[in-house]
Design a binder for this molecule. Structure first.
Ligand code: FMN
Length: 243
């Protein structure tokens, strides 16, 4: 898989598409999906292409073991790598968090439907040109501690459902440890279970951006998904331990 770091600064959620995907595009998309590197290679997943559930041309439907936080984290991680790799190849992508499985396709090979990415052709000019084109929280509101500012920026630009950015990152004083937490809003009009579903996918996306940025700067690390007890406002979900 090529370096996806530059795409972190150019990606966007496509909601307008230009023309139809040819058969060879669908084959190319399948090849890109096959090359992804899951967070846990032992966790089973499957991508199935089907008719678009949004405004694109096809939907890329992800199936995982279950809808528990550990699987949702894996899903977000995979979907974001897919998002960046497909955008790098020139396709327009949009997460469809509310997408339902087509009738009769709720399960596949013992896995359950989780979420879709909408995909289609877009114009080259549609991709973002600079971090100023993103609407995101300030870096100091999401990251506590000193660290490489470019890696902080890559984390900050992560997409999330309804742009809720439900994360807190803490780097240790010696910069040898990066801890990633889910941050719950004190009040949310959306039901807790729905938010919980989206948030763990969002956190998988953030972990993917951090991994891609650390790899880009050739900083060695060990990455561990560790979902802590869901009490209070912060739940730990992952730790990067730097060499
Ligand atoms: C888990 C998840 C679910 C999403 N669901 C939808 C959706 O159902 N429809 C939609 O138009 N956008 C959806 N989005 C896109 C977000 O609204 C978008 O990522 C966010 O507003 C930030 O904008 P950007 O991706 O252009 O940077 C979703 C994003 C994520 C990460």
């Amino acid at each position: 898989m090529e370096d996806l770091y530059p795409m972190i600064f150019r990606r966007y959620s496509a909601r307008r598409f230009s023309s139809h995907l040819a058969e060879k595009d669908q084959e190319r998309i399948q090849l890109i999906l096959k090359e992804l590197t899951p967070l846990d290679p032992k966790a089973a997943h499957e991508f199935v292409l089907g008719p678009s559930k949004g405004r694109g041309d096809v939907s890329i439907n992800l199936y995982m073991k279950d809808r528990e936080p550990a699987s949702l984290l894996q899903a977000g991680f995979l979907l974001e790598e897919a998002d960046l790799a497909l955008e790098q190849a020139g396709y327009g992508i949009c997460f469809l968090g509310m997408a339902k499985a087509e009738k009769g396709l709720e399960q596949k090979d013992g896995l359950v439907f989780l979420m879709s990415l909408d995909c289609g052709q877009v114009l080259k000019e549609s991709f973002r040109k600079s971090p100023d084109d993103f609407t995101r929280n300030y870096i100091n509101d999401i990251w506590a501690g000193e660290f490489n500012p470019e890696i902080k920026q890559a984390a900050r630009l992560s997409p999330s459902a309804i742009n809720s950015q439900p994360w807190q990152i803490i780097s240790s004083a010696d910069q040898k440890k990066i801890e990633v937490f889910r941050k719950r809003a004190p009040f949310n009009p959306i039901p807790d279970e729905t938010m919980r579903f989206f948030h763990f996918v969002d956190l998988g996306i953030l972990v993917s951006h951090l991994k891609i940025a650390l790899d880009h700067f050739k900083i060695p690390y060990a990455l561990e998904a560790v979902i802590g007890p869901e009490e209070g406002r912060l739940t730990r979900v992952a730790v990067f331990t730097l060499a």
